[in-house]
Design a protein around this ligand. Structure first.
Ligand code: SF4
Ligand code: SF4
Length: 555
């Protein structure tokens, strides 16, 4: 038995003595110098906060407040629905002025249901127990519940509710990876977080390590972040932490992608449409680790995040500690406003981000970057040409897909074929579109196809439920009909069995008439007659009368 266990251990043991590479990827200019050089600024409290009910992967949260309610900072204003969901908290105090569809940061450009808070400027914190939880003495499930209550989602961009990833009760976790490999150009929020708050990150990693109990823990950092690396090393030494390893990974885009990072560190592939936990690995972002420390050690829900506001289109590129729900327009103003030659506004970086038509959208939990670019900096894409089947897109795809095939199938709405070609393994990194000589906006096609497939699945699920409801109603009605028919048949049989024929029918009718007459006589006890009765008799009649009236009402 022991030999068998050892052999499994040998087969599955993760090898961490060297780095591996992944297929494809790109070397891209960083453009991070300006924003990474400035200290994190405070975004302040905007006059309005717009908090969408869906800021995560999964079901949208359900409002707990109504227009007119006053709320405190940190108060839960929307509760999660189902296992994969996250609550929403008021990020400052004020009054709920609306719950309605508002523009939100999403590639579709569609509005979404949001809670709008007019802030009062007091920033009054909800009064509650804020004593730190002794995580080392607390069950992992209880800590996961605390993380769920705090509304923490993956802050690296995906927005997967953190507690769902951490719930590894059925799985043995060999490796916990903390992702500080911020590989997309322009974005430097994780870099600044490590430079200024490395101690909080280390605290959060210790909590995460206690939850998932891994054999190893690695903090992966890009090899172009020396100051952040030094801050992290110092924070680890300060608390005498020796069970975490800092590993530098090459600056190749997208080395910070979860699957690509796991590949670089372990040489292992996360199975198609599977999760890292399926191969004994959990990956969390550094920002998420800091949020976990706030939730467990300071009992503070996720109320703010660091956002990189950058590009030649803003006056003072920098990282800003921003309340969730802050309008982008307010944040850009905090960064000195737009420059005269600003051309386009993107949410996210230049590779994975998407353009928005207006800055009237809020910062949500997954917003890591606001990028305002000028025409010189990022010229408008040239006209799209037909695909020439050059296969350059395939050469750079870090997910080992066939982007041109996916393009054909997505374009022709052949979604079954697109799924056969693993559309859902596409991480939307944009490498294929970046190198495409025909300037085809490939990622837009993939996003559209995914959205359509999700919508079709939702529709199928809804019609399945409607069909099941209809079938069960039909079954119930036919059962009632059958039972009624059986009752009638039994009555008929009983009548014909009691002497049979006309005589029995007459006797039954006579008995029914007598019953009716008897009831009428009972009902005819008028107040005049009642006067002649004793108190006990009056009481009994009154109770019987009440019962009769009640019965009539029910009928
Ligand atoms: S890079 Fe563009 S043109 Fe070349 S095969 Fe891919 S989609 Fe077609
Ligand atoms: S966007 Fe998708 S298909 Fe294109 S390179 Fe990235 S992973 Fe591959």
């Amino acid at each position: 038995m022991a030999d068998h266990a050892n052999s499994i251990q040998r087969q599955t043991s993760v090898s961490l003595d060297r780095l591996y590479s992944f297929h494809g990827g790109l070397h891209l200019p960083g453009h991070r110098e300006t924003s990474a050089a400035a200290p994190i600024a405070s975004g302040g409290i905007p006059p309005l906060l717009v908090l969408p009910l869906q800021q995560h992967i999964g079901e949208p949260a359900e409002p707990l407040v109504r227009p007119g309610d006053t709320v405190c900072k940190g108060q839960e204003i929307a509760q999660p629905v189902g296992a994969v969901s996250a609550p929403v908290h008021a990020s400052s105090s004020g009054t709920v002025v609306a719950i309605e569809d508002r523009p939100v940061p999403h590639p579709s450009g569609l509005p979404a249901n949001s809670i709008v808070i007019e802030t009062d400027g007091k920033d009054s914190l909800l009064e509650t127990d804020r004593s730190p939880i002794d995580y080392a003495d607390t069950e992992p499930a209880e800590l996961c519940e605390r993380i769920r209550e705090a509304g923490i989602v993956g802050l690296g961009g995906a927005g997967f509710p953190a507690q769902v990833k951490l719930d590894t009760r059925q799985k043995h976790i060999e490796l916990l990876v903390i992702n500080a490999a911020e590989c997309e150009p322009y974005i430097s929020c994780d870099n600044r977080l490590l430079q200024e708050r490395a101690a909080a990150v280390v605290e959060g990693i210790r909590v995460l390590r206690h939850i998932v109990q891994p054999e190893h823990c690695i903090i992966a950092i890009e090899d172009n972040m020396p100051v952040a690396e030094q801050a992290l090393t110092t924070a680890l030494a300060t608390v005498n932490e020796t069970r975490m390893t800092v590993t530098r990974v090459p600056d190749i885009y997208p080395s910070g992608g979860e699957r690509q990072l796991i590949r670089i560190l372990t040489g292992r592939e996360v199975p198609s449409q599977g999760f890292p936990a399926d191969i004994g690995i959990i990956c969390q972002n550094v920002g998420t680790a800091a949020a976990v420390a706030d939730a467990v050690l300071r009992r503070q829900p996720l109320l703010s995040r660091i956002v990189t506001v950058t590009g030649n289109g803003v006056a003072n590129p920098q990282n800003i500690d921003t309340l969730i729900g802050t309008p982008v327009s307010y944040l850009v103003a905090a960064a000195g406003g737009y420059t005269p030659d600003v051309e386009r506004l993107l949410i996210g970086g230049p590779m994975m981000g998407y353009a928005v038509q207006s800055d009237n959208v809020p910062v949500i939990k997954t917003t890591n970057c606001i990028l305002a670019v000028t025409r010189d900096e990022m010229p408008a894409p040239p006209p799209v040409q037909p695909c020439i089947r050059c296969s350059k897109c395939t050469d750079v795809c870090p997910a080992d897909l066939l982007p041109q095939q996916l393009y054909w199938y997505a374009r022709s709405s052949n979604y079954d074929a697109a799924q056969d070609y693993n559309l859902f393994d596409c991480i939307e990194c944009g490498c294929c579109a970046y190198v495409c000589p025909s300037h085809i906006p490939l990622v837009q096609y993939y996003r559209h196809a995914k959205t359509e497939i999700w919508a079709l699945e939702k529709q199928t699920r809804a019609s399945d439920i409607a069909r099941q409801r209809h079938e069960s109603r039909q079954n119930r009605l036919s059962r009632i009909k059958q039972e009624r028919a059986e009752r009638m048949a039994r009555k008929k049989q009983a009548l014909s069995g009691n002497g049979g024929g006309e005589e029995a029918k007459k006797a039954a009718i006579q008995a029914a008439l007598e019953r009716v007459l008897h009831k009428k006589q009972q009902a005819d006890v008028t107040p005049k007659n009642v006067d002649n009765l004793t108190d006990g008799q009056q009481q009994l009649i009154s109770e019987a009368d009440q019962r009769r009236r009640q019965k009539n009402r029910e009928i």
